[in-house]
Write a protein that binds this ligand. Structure first.
Ligand code: NAP
Length: 253
């Protein structure tokens, strides 16, 4: 199969031919139709994850996928060949990825059926502020300015909920109301502030089912800034590094 591969630590990701993987017991072989660029892929390519997780070379990059079940391993009853699925590769090592024509995943985590009516969305982004207003934001503050002052002007009693996706956790926590809570995927948790919770991605089938239902019903939209082909992944990485309004999609099939 064709895949975007790092052959060794420090090697530039490149389009390479690899043997198509086989699903072991409890495994699902997915024919990948599309993926997207995540910060995790850039970090792996830059070698930043090398000391944190085992790397099994050749490493195929790419974390999330949409596609169809090509084959199932022994004991798999939740999925059948030909079924449309989506998910996130969730393995304790770096090596199996979705910037390739096939990927194997466990049937227990990181895979769910793709409901009818969902495909790759499109979006026409304007400025960042217009963009997030279009996603549903009522008030928008400029993080390059005095963020605390802008937030306090909008909510003098503090804010009820903070999602800490970037920036300084302590600064954001100082803006909470008395009963406010902060959720952080960036490691800012209860040890740093009593109202903070460190959250880690756990793409269980239940969670993926709920997200898919939300997308199908229009409660969540996934704006796609631009779509690249598998051979264009290096250009997609450059695009991501330069900032993007919305997801950068990779079409594989
Ligand atoms: N714990 C977990 O399981 C888990 C799972 C997934 C992701 N993560 C982490 O969660 C973070 C968010 O993920 P992502 O995929 O959304 O990252 P991303 O695609 O890199 O987006 C980061 C966003 O933050 C904005 N930003 C940068 N500095 C900011 C600041 N000081 N204040 C406000 N916004 C700022 C950027 O805007 P500009 O374009 O203007 O720079 C960009 O829109 C990443 O650090 C990722 O590694 C953790």
């Amino acid at each position: 199969m064709r895949a975007i591969v790092m052959t060794e630590q420090g090697a530039a990701p490149a389009l390479t031919e690899l043997p198509t993987p086989h699903p072991g017991p409890g495994g699902v072989l997915v024919r990948v139709q599309a993926s997207t660029v995540n910060g995790f892929d850039i970090s792996v390519a830059a070698g930043h994850v090398a000391g944190m997780m085992e790397h099994r070379y050749p490493v195929v990059l790419g974390k999330d996928f949409a596609g169809t079940v090509a084959a199932i391993g022994d004991g798999v009853t939740r999925f059948t060949a030909g079924e449309r699925v989506f998910g996130v590769v969730t393995k304790p090592f770096v090596g199996d990825g979705c910037f390739g024509e096939y990927v194997t995943v466990s049937d227990q985590i990181g895979i769910a059926a793709l409901p009818d009516g969902i495909d790759i969305a499109t979006a026409r982004p304007g400025t960042e502020t217009e963009f997030v207003r279009g996603l549903g934001a009522t008030d928008v503050v400029d993080y390059t300015g005095d963020l605390p002052a802008q937030v306090r002007a909008l909510g003098p009693d503090g804010v009820d909920a903070v999602l800490h996706l970037a920036g300084d956790g302590a600064t954001l926590a100082s803006l909470l109301s008395e009963k406010g809570r902060l959720a952080s995927p960036l490691g800012f948790g209860a040890e740093q502030h009593p109202a903070a919770t460190f959250v880690l991605a756990q793409p269980t089938t239940d969670t993926l089912d709920r997200l898919a239902a939300d997308v199908a019903a229009g409660r969540i939209t996934v704006p796609v800034a631009r779509t690249y082909t598998l051979t264009e992944v290096p250009a997609a990485f450059d695009h991501f590094a330069n900032g993007t309004l919305g997801k950068i999609a990779i079409t594989v099939a």
